[in-house]
Design a protein around this ligand. Structure first.
Ligand code: NAP
Length: 541
């Protein structure tokens, strides 16, 4: 059996950087990646309109100044093909491909008490052993299609946005149904509408969405940003969401109505998520403050969508602005003014079944040639539970997390020694700029592994008390916000039977990073570290 210091699962932003750092530090490592190329999320999500709604010059690695300086982003919000090119460039530039086995899915990860090593098996028959397991599996990689009756009988083509084919799909002349109006559906719908003969959008919950106002980046802008990249990145690391923005200092309720509207208008014109993050301090903590922005966006929907009935259906009314993940779009609401687009409300009349010809709802069968499922993911915990992890004494992670995820700092789980999760539950993860959070986790893990090596320590895992206190703190932080007031994948609401727990840590990447630094400064406070001798004594008892 091949033996490594570390196995890294996944070769997206997280896995690539993790492999790079391990190699630089002299650890032997093997990466496994289910896709037949690197890129993770950006490998799989090839649906029309896919792009990131964090600005490109923020949504990029900061670990190499050379990389930062030589890579040229072309648009404010990068498209999927551009991000995938960037990640492939990174894989080549840092010579990482030799460390990764592609088209290889990890099927089990099992800890051995006696040897303090993990055995990893894959669908290609690999059986390898490692001291450390680093799950770089992404938060939104386990896509899901709801169990619609009759799904298998449909005679047309079906697609899930998170598993989009590599070939170009042409919807010209076809009647297409899209189920789902989250960030993905909202990006895909305007693009599919341009091609399809007719597009039917099956919407259960309307979403708040803000225009992206995407544009090409000028050479001057890139040069000026690159000159100040270091200070910029440093500010991002200690910010709220992982962008170097000037945070608001004022409550929305301190402002006059006219000034507040002017502020929202200015940010709406500028485009993007800063409308939520940077306008006022209390949009996500005060219902009254939130109501001001929610009403502003509702007004915009009514202004854009010409048919009043369609506008009303598209208007979110029963949850706070931003409590479901805020969407950022290009011509989303405008798309409903096209003659070839029909909005079908499947909240008042849920999808009854899928037939060989199409989708049945409200007693009517919508005949379709293709169905696009933009129905989301078993987020954050799904990809980890899918690895079939068994820790000390054969305990399955699925059992340890049967009432919801329990992890210390989103980095480690008690009872699973030397297993690390990058952007795991209880860390800022999806509430932040993922690249900033990924780099911080990888750096923290590497510092920890160096500490173990230098001090001849064989294993690290959280103390149960520290883990429980952290989980309680993560829950308290979420409870102080409006996030739990919406049904969302942040809470696992989209997966039947999934425990309702708010998974990301909402207090900001700066507060979180300081906590992680403090833990290290206090001798890995909350972690238990065991030398070989101590472990052998424990086993012999
Ligand atoms: P999502 O936000 O979970 O949206 C899934 C959609 O499918 C929702 O509209 C949901 O309705 C609908 N749906 C699920 N089951 C249904 C059913 N049985 N009947 C009818 N409708 C059903 O998934 P997503 O849009 O793929 O986005 C997931 C996350 O990926 C985003 O929140 C974001 O973090 C990330 N993402 C980012 C970008 C970007 O950077 N621009 C782009 C895409 C995705 P309900 O709301 O009623 O459940």
């Amino acid at each position: 059996m091949d033996e490594f210091d570390a196995i890294v699962i996944g070769a997206g932003f997280a896995g690539l950087y993790q492999l790079y750092r391990l190699r630089e530090l002299g650890f032997t490592a093997q990466g496994f990646e289910a896709g037949d190329g690197v890129g993770g999320t950006w490998y799989w999500n090839r649906y029309p309109g896919a792009r990131c709604d964090v600005e490109s010059m923020d949504y990029s690695y900061s670990f190499s100044e050379e990389l930062e300086q030589e890579w040229e982003w072309t648009e404010r919000y990068p498209t999927q093909p551009e991000i995938l090119r960037y990640l492939n460039y990174v894989a080549d530039r840092f010579d990482l491909r030799g460390l990764i086995k592609l088209a290889t899915r990890v099927t089990s990860v099992v800890y051995d008490n006696e040897t303090n090593r993990w055995t990893v098996e894959t669908n290609r028959g690999d059986v390898v052993s490692a001291r450390y397991i680093i799950a770089a599996t992404g938060c939104l990689s386990l896509w899901q299609i709801p169990a619609f009756d009759g799904l298998e009988s449909f005679r047309g083509s079906t697609f899930h946005t998170g598993n989009w084919p590599r070939d170009d799909i042409d919807f010209a002349g076809r009647r297409v149904g899209v189920i789902g109006t989250g960030s993905t559906g909202i990006q895909a719908i305007p693009q599919i509408a341009k091609q399809a003969e007719h597009l039917f959008v099956f919407q259960r919950t309307p979403n708040y969405s803000v225009p992206a106002r995407n544009h090409l980046l000028t050479a001057e802008y890139q040069v000026s940003r690159k000159k100040t990249y270091r200070e910029y990145r440093e500010r991002a690391k200690y910010s709220g969401g992982g962008h170097s923005a000037i945070l608001p200092t004022k409550s929305a309720l301190e402002e006059t109505n006219a000034d507040r509207l002017a502020e929202y208008e200015r940010r709406w014109e500028r485009g993007g998520a800063p409308l939520m993050q940077m306008s006022y301090t209390d949009l996500m903590t005060s219902r009254e403050a939130n109501q001001t922005i929610a009403e502003f966006v509702r007004g915009k929907i009514r202004e854009i969508v010409t048919d009043a009935e369609t506008a009303a259906k598209l208007t979110p009314v029963d949850y706070p602005f931003g409590a479901k993940r805020l969407c950022v779009d290009i011509d989303y609401f405008e798309t409903y003014n096209r003659g070839n687009v029909t909005l079908v409300d499947v909240r008042s009349a849920p999808i009854e079944k899928i037939t060989e010809r199409g989708i049945v709802t409200g007693g009517y069968e919508y005949e379709l040639d293709a169905i696009v499922f933009a129905t989301g993911y078993d987020a954050i915990t799904g990809p980890l539970l899918n690895l079939n992890i068994r820790g000390r004494d054969g305990r399955a992670l699925n059992d340890a997390w049967s009432a919801g995820p329990r992890a210390y700092l989103g980095l480690q789980v008690a009872g699973f020694p030397n297993l690390f999760t990058i952007t795991g539950p209880g860390s800022p993860s999806v509430i932040s700029n993922m690249v900033v959070s990924i780099e911080q986790h990888v750096d923290w893990i590497c510092e920890c592994l160096m500490h173990l090596r230098e001090h001849d320590i064989e294993s690290v895992e959280p103390l149960i008390e520290a883990q429980e206190a952290w989980v309680a703190h993560v829950n308290e932080a979420a409870a102080a916000t409006l996030f739990p007031l919406a049904k969302s994948w942040y809470l696992g609401d989209n997966i039947p039977g999934k425990p309702r727990v708010f998974m990301p840590y909402v207090a900001g990447v700066g507060a979180y990073r300081r906590k992680c630094e403090e833990v290290v400064a206090n001798g890995y406070d909350g972690f238990v570290m065991t030398s070989r001798q101590e472990r052998e004594v424990a086993i012999s008892k």
